[in-house]
Design a protein around this ligand. Structure first.
Ligand SMILES: [Ca+2]
Length: 189
């Protein structure tokens, strides 16, 4: 999150879910509040605030979601406040503990452009890749570029020269699923 590139959101997706990972372990009764100035009036109104409790003693990510219907596209100011719940009294509070950070979010028309996309890289097929035998391992890295977890079988179709294509399934269910944005697997067929 800590970057100068606005966090992207897509109206066509209907809602945006933003995962925030605490960089310090929250103690008892901490929360995360997020404001997004959706109506561009320079104020963080209560209607623009979402608050989620933080789990004591873990740095697990928490997710904040907004429905996007009715908002105009463009760059929006956003503020994150991670602090004892009792100290989050409003967007201009100055908590004695915790952290306040400002970011921007850009709302685009349409849907997330890489929804459902998987990226294959680092293909390794022997020394030259020429005259592959049926026993030659094919290894590659598979990344999930999508904004949702990939939790199903991936079908891989392999073409070698002019031989008939071979299809194999890569199990990406359950514990093998590829997490949104960053999920990665090394696959050997
Ligand atoms: Ca506002």
């Amino acid at each position: 999150m800590a970057s100068f590139t606005p966090f992207p959101a897509y109206k066509g997706d209907g809602k945006v879910s933003i995962a925030v990972t605490p960089h310090q372990e929250p103690t008892e009764n901490w929360s995360l509040s997020m404001w997004v100035d959706w109506d561009d009036d320079g104020e963080f109104e209560p209607s623009e605030q979402k608050t989620v409790p933080l789990e004591k003693g873990t740095k697990n990510a928490v997710v904040v979601s907004y429905d996007l219907a009715g908002y105009t596209v463009g760059v929006k100011c956003m503020r994150l406040m991670m602090a004892p719940t009792s100290e989050i009294t409003g967007p201009c509070a100055v908590p004695t503990l915790g952290d306040v950070q400002d970011f921007t979010l850009e709302l685009f028309e349409g849907g997330f452009p890489q929804a459902g996309d998987l990226l294959l890289t680092k293909l390794r097929i022997g020394k030259s890749g020429k005259r592959l035998s049926a026993t030659q391992d094919i290894t590659f890295d598979m990344y999930n570029l999508s904004d949702t977890d990939f939790d199903r079988a991936a079908q891989v179709r392999i073409f070698v020269d002019d031989l008939p294509p071979v299809e194999e399934l890569v199990d990406c269910h359950g514990a093998n699923r590829l997490a949104a944005y960053k999920g990665k697997r090394e696959v050997t067929l």
